[in-house]
Design a protein around this ligand. Structure first.
Ligand SMILES: [Mg+2]
Length: 377
């Protein structure tokens, strides 16, 4: 392949997304996304700060550039990892486009033709939640994700109040769609380890596919205890920024499903390594994907080339603002995303996206409980 150099690097802050667009001297453009959605402006500043290093560099040296950036200064964390992830995805997109092949061809080749997705369902009342579950099942989705709790969960007065509510909500959905779909329960770090283990004893009867983030993810050792004592398949890892955090999690048998965010765990380069590490621990991969269609496209490239893929998070891309971001979203058929044949990551940004989309949204704040204490979400 003829050599080229990086000619331009732009950051784009739209909606809650921090995107990067890199262009080469021979006219190819790659796009990436950073997954630090609480701090898009700070992450964009980090990416902009790397412009001086990246302009003029060989875009093929993806692993090298990631290593150079991560190891040049004595700090780490989500802003740096988000910036490196966005750059990594854009460089993979460029490499695929310059070679005329999808990225998964460069990462081992296809292990599947389509990617099974789970979709979010929601409802403040049990009736609304069940109605949404029916609607999504009828669209063809075979896995549904929802919170056992209502949005004002943090205002509950007692364990019994929220645990009984959770049992009612999960039980209602299970009764409604049992036999047709898998239930993916998102606990959103809202419980202590003890509460989470206790709640699991009430929810095991509904056979959830996974039990996501049953506690704050900061202690792999205690997550391992919750995994063992809950008797449910724990899914976690969406906030992790390195291979080493996943290694610690797997060492403590902290999950059945790992949730790398490719916009945070050092891109497709990091994601492929995490998937291999998970494979060696009999852990399957459920990529975290709450962000834009760029993140979805990156996830599908990984899902398409690993043997231990389980499910793909998907939040729908047929409505604004997502539909305003890319020229053509990935094809969704009855709850499965088709693995694209197009070069690179298989998507293109709309040239007029900055006219169509709002600027970066404000940073959301954690809710307060009825005693004014800070709650997790
Ligand atoms: Mg989650």
């Amino acid at each position: 392949m003829k050599k080229t150099r990086i000619a331009a690097l732009e950051t784009l802050l739209v909606d809650r997304w921090c995107l990067v667009r890199i262009t080469t001297e021979d006219g190819f453009t790659g796009v990436g996304e950073a997954g630090v959605h609480g701090w898009p402006v700070a992450t964009a500043a980090m990416i902009d700060g790397l412009r001086g290093y990246l302009i003029g560099q060989d875009p093929d040296l993806i692993e090298h550039h990631g290593q150079r950036i991560m190891r040049s200064w004595h700090f780490s964390g989500s802003i740096i990892a988000g910036a490196v992830s966005a750059i990594d995805l854009a460089l993979w997109d460029i490499k695929g486009k310059r070679l005329g092949v999808p990225v998964y061809e460069l990462l081992g080749g296809k292990t599947r033709d389509s990617v099974r997705c789970y979709i979010h369902v929601a409802g403040d009342s049990v009736e609304a939640l069940v109605a949404d579950a029916f609607a999504r099942r009828d669209e063809g989705f075979t896995a549904l994700r929802f919170s056992p709790f209502q949005p004002d969960f943090h205002l509950r007065a007692s364990y019994e109040e929220w645990a009984a509510e959770a049992e009612r909500r999960v039980g209602a959905v299970w009764e409604a769609v049992r036999g047709d779909v898998d239930l993916c329960l998102e606990l959103h770090r809202q419980m202590s380890p003890a509460e989470s283990v206790a709640l699991a004893s009430r929810l095991r009867q509904f056979h959830p596919f996974f039990y996501e983030d049953p506690m704050l993810p900061d202690s792999p050792r205690i997550m391992g205890t919750v995994h063992a004592q809950s008797g449910l398949p724990v899914a976690t890892g969406e906030r992790f920024t390195s291979l080493f955090q996943f290694q610690d999690l797997f060492h403590h048998d902290g999950c059945a499903y790992a949730r790398p965010d490719l916009c945070l765990c050092l891109g497709l380069t990091g994601g492929k390594k995490i998937a291999a590490l998970a494979e060696a621990h009999h852990v399957k991969i459920v990529p975290h994907n709450p962000l834009s269609p760029i993140s979805t496209a990156a996830c599908v490239q990984l899902d398409a080339c690993i043997p231990n893929f389980a499910l793909q998070e998907y939040t729908g891309e047929s409505e604004s603002p997502k539909v305003d971001l890319v020229v053509r979203p990935l094809e969704l058929k009855r709850g499965y995303l088709t693995v694209p044949d197009a070069p690179g990551m298989g998507i293109e940004l709309r040239p007029d996206l900055l006219d169509r989309l709002p600027p970066a949204a404000a940073i959301p704040m954690a809710p307060l409980g009825r005693d004014n204490s800070v709650q997790d979400w």
